[in-house]
Design a protein around this ligand. Structure first.
Ligand SMILES: N[C@@H]1[C@@H](O)[C@H](O)[C@@H](COP(=O)(O)O)O[C@@H]1O
Length: 290
């Protein structure tokens, strides 16, 4: 697992957006072989989405052959509610780019049979050959998607009761009124995320510093579900300086990045390009993700 530390939220977002752009470009997606990406909601990815839209407008990226799967959706909230994750994704990304609406997959929190809806979602992911890259954020308690503390690390897409902390945290989107926050959600499982061939997690802000430390400096633990990334063969966390407040290993991760830069000779390549773009070192292909 790699940890990339950037100055602030804007720099983190810029790096992740550029990384996604490069991954899609190098993949050379087509209608037969689309690039499949898992996407989050929340305030963390907003700037990444803005930058992806800018890159699209500059004709540096196309979503024509991109298939998306969103992490989660509230149960019982009308699809066109201003705070539904459907609305969020269309407003922040999909309506601004050339994505084919039939390539967008967002769980239906109003489906007549919610368990069936979750099974279908997993089947849809399998049908397109799995997820190439899953982008995620985390809650201050280290949860990924809506996999609250205590969720099984082998969990799959399912109905989930939200933790009180998450309801409080999300009340900011519902006029600060916790009674308006849905108490149930459909969410991909920890294993659904970890099955992706690559996992990129965005963590910013001092309020997530404890979660970051628990997730990368302590053991894999179902109480901090994003810690499962430790077991992933290609995991990357990009965080800002504020989120590192509780870490003891900042120097270690920065030194790794420093050596990495000296090998590939470019600051930007630290996040760009993955395997193909990097020059080989001693005739051996280098990967930025190990
Ligand atoms: N289900 C979402 C998560 O996917 C998200 O990571 C988290 C953090 O949100 P924010 O980015 O606003 O801090 O909020 C919710 O719980």
């Amino acid at each position: 697992m790699r940890l990339i530390i950037r100055e602030d939220y804007e720099e983190v977002s810029e790096n992740i957006a550029n990384y996604i752009k490069e991954r899609i470009r190098q993949f050379e997606p087509s209608s037969e072989r689309p690039f499949v990406i898992g996407l989050p909601t929340g305030s963390s990815p907003i700037s990444v989405y803005k930058k992806l839209v800018e890159l699209y407008k500059q004709e540096k990226i196309s979503f024509k052959h991109v298939v998306t799967f969103n992490m989660d959706e509230y149960v019982g909230l009308p699809r066109d509610h201003s705070e539904s994750y459907h609305t969020f994704m269309w407003n922040n990304l999909f309506m601004h780019v050339d994505i084919n609406p039939s390539n967008v997959h967002i769980l239906d929190g109003n489906a007549p049979d919610l368990d069936e809806e979750c099974k279908k979602f997993e089947a849809d992911i399998a049908r397109v050959g799995g997820i190439e890259l899953f982008l995620g954020g985390i809650g201050p308690d280290g949860h990924i998607a809506f996999n609250e503390p205590g969720s099984s690390l082998t969990s799959r897409t399912r109905v989930k009761t939200l933790a009180y902390e998450t309801i409080i945290a999300n009340a900011r989107f519902f006029e600060g009124d916790i009674t308006k926050v849905p108490k149930l959600a459909l969410t991909v499982g920890v294993a659904t995320v970890m099955d992706a061939r690559e996992v990129v997690i965005l963590i910013t802000g001092a309020h997530k510093a404890i979660a970051l430390a628990k997730c990368i400096e302590e053991g894999v633990n179902h109480m901090w579900t994003v810690s499962a990334i430790q077991m992933h063969p290609k995991g990357l966390i990009v965080c800002d300086e504020d989120a590192t407040l509780e870490l003891h290993t900042v120097k270690y991760f920065k030194s790794i990045e420093h050596v990495h830069h000296s090998l590939i000779g470019s600051e930007n390549l630290s996040l760009q390009g993955g395997v193909k773009q990097l020059k080989s070192v001693n005739n051996r292909p280098t990967t930025p993700m190990e």
